[in-house]
Write a protein that binds this ligand. Structure first.
Ligand code: IMP
Length: 196
């Protein structure tokens, strides 16, 4: 049974990695950032964070749902004395940002005096980020850094500096590696952009 299971997984992996065009619900997407590119960029980000924050006690905050894979892959490579927690903020429907924050769930930690790193899947308009930074300031974090896998500079409307950016991308809708289109596509290993 072990052997069969392994074969199935290998097959699934190879199909995914050679898939250039995909359909999610009613939309077509083409591969944009490959699994290898994502993983090597995450390694570089983790090395930089480990170096910059050496000796500090750091609390990572992953923003759900989109950042769950990014947070897991990055945190595995963090060598700092650190903790991780997750916050949920839902602000997005379909393929354009509504700009409205609907929910904020999961603030259980005492962050007074802590160094916090916010882990985002993507920063688009920056509204989500602004809301989170506001909360962290209210709760007296001593230092806040932002780390996002993707950043859309053309869509960004805020002044909050972003400390660690995986990839700067144009203002196109993307899906995969945690990012969704109406809830689907999060399990794709690569990142895909909308073609139509
Ligand atoms: P912002 O508040 O406008 O910066 O949007 C941030 C959130 O919108 C992200 O955490 C994502 O959940 C979602 N989002 C923004 N752009 C995209 C995209 O291209 N694909 C999927 N989700 C996106």
């Amino acid at each position: 049974m072990g052997k069969n299971t392994l074969k199935i997984y290998n097959l699934a992996a190879s199909i995914t990695s050679t898939m250039n065009e995909i359909t999610v619900l009613d939309r077509e997407f083409s591969v944009y950032i490959t699994e290898n590119e994502i993983q090597s960029r995450i390694t570089a980000l983790a090395e930089k964070i480990n170096e910059d924050l050496a000796g500090k006690d750091v609390l990572f905050f992953g923003i759900l749902n989109g950042a769950f894979l990014f947070a897991a892959d990055l945190f595995r490579q963090i060598t700092l004395h650190s903790q991780i927690s997750f916050i949920k903020l839902a602000s997005y429907e379909g393929t354009s940002s509504s700009g409205k924050i609907k929910e904020l769930i999961g603030w259980n930690e005492d962050i007074t005096g802590k160094t916090v790193i916010v882990l985002e899947d993507i920063v688009d308009t920056g509204s989500t980020l602004e809301r989170i930074i506001g909360e962290l300031t209210l709760r007296k974090a001593v230092e806040v850094r932002i780390c996002t896998l993707l950043f859309k500079p053309e869509a960004y409307t805020k002044d909050i500096p972003i400390d660690y950016i995986g990839f700067e991308i144009p203002n196109n809708f993307v899906v995969g590696y945690g990012l969704d289109y109406d809830g689907y596509g999060r399990n794709l290993k690569a990142i895909y952009k909308l073609t139509k």
